[in-house]
Design a protein around this ligand. Structure first.
Ligand code: 4NP
Length: 166
């Protein structure tokens, strides 16, 4: 019932509100995967419901735009039960949201839970700081860290896909 071969590389990024960090991660992975011709289901969600239905924060849209990526069409949603079966990976942007994801995980969830920076050598377990209460510079800083994390994830996903094909 769940799963399907086209979803084997699926990644769901999760932060708190799904209006700042995880939309940026979604935008970066979408763009990088497409540039490499790598087919991959990509989405993002929040552990909280405050912003459900909203577009990303204007500051997140702006920083993404400065880097040539349009994330303005995204709409915030909360993580739901099905996500734990649809995605191969659920990737939290910080520790507290990883705990939030874990607390919602059904016992028979098939998704693997981890953090964005876990794929970056020497930076496993590192949080992407919440820029919501910061200045524009906080969004630039988050963008930089997210790009490094997503790059490492893409390399991992490509390797995983090769392994599945072999
Ligand atoms: P995000 O940032 O988790 O990166 O989307 C936040 C967005 C909203 C709130 C906190 C963080 N908030 O408290 O409303």
């Amino acid at each position: 019932m769940h799963g399907g071969i086209e979803h084997r590389s699926g990644v769901l990024f999760v932060c708190l509100g799904n209006i700042c960090r995880s939309p940026m991660a979604e935008g970066v992975l979408r763009e990088m995967a497409q540039a490499q011709g790598f087919a991959c289901l990509v989405d993002s969600a929040g552990t909280a419901s405050y912003h459900v239905g909203s577009p990303p924060d204007p500051r997140a849209i702006a920083v993404a735009g400065r880097h040539g990526i349009d994330i303005s069409e995204q709409a915030a949603r909360q993580i739901e039960r099905d996500d734990f079966y649809r995605f191969a990976h659920i990737v939290a942007l910080d520790r507290s949201n990883l705990e939030g994801v874990r607390a919602r995980a059904p016992r028979d969830a098939t998704a693997r839970l981890s953090m964005l920076m876990d794929r970056v050598e020497g930076r496993a377990g590192e949080n992407v700081a919440d820029p919501y209460y910061g200045e524009a510079a906080a969004f630039e800083a988050a963008w930089e860290v997210i790009t490094i994390g997503v790059e490492a994830w893409l390399a991992h996903l490509v390797n995983e896909a090769k392994g599945l094909k072999a």
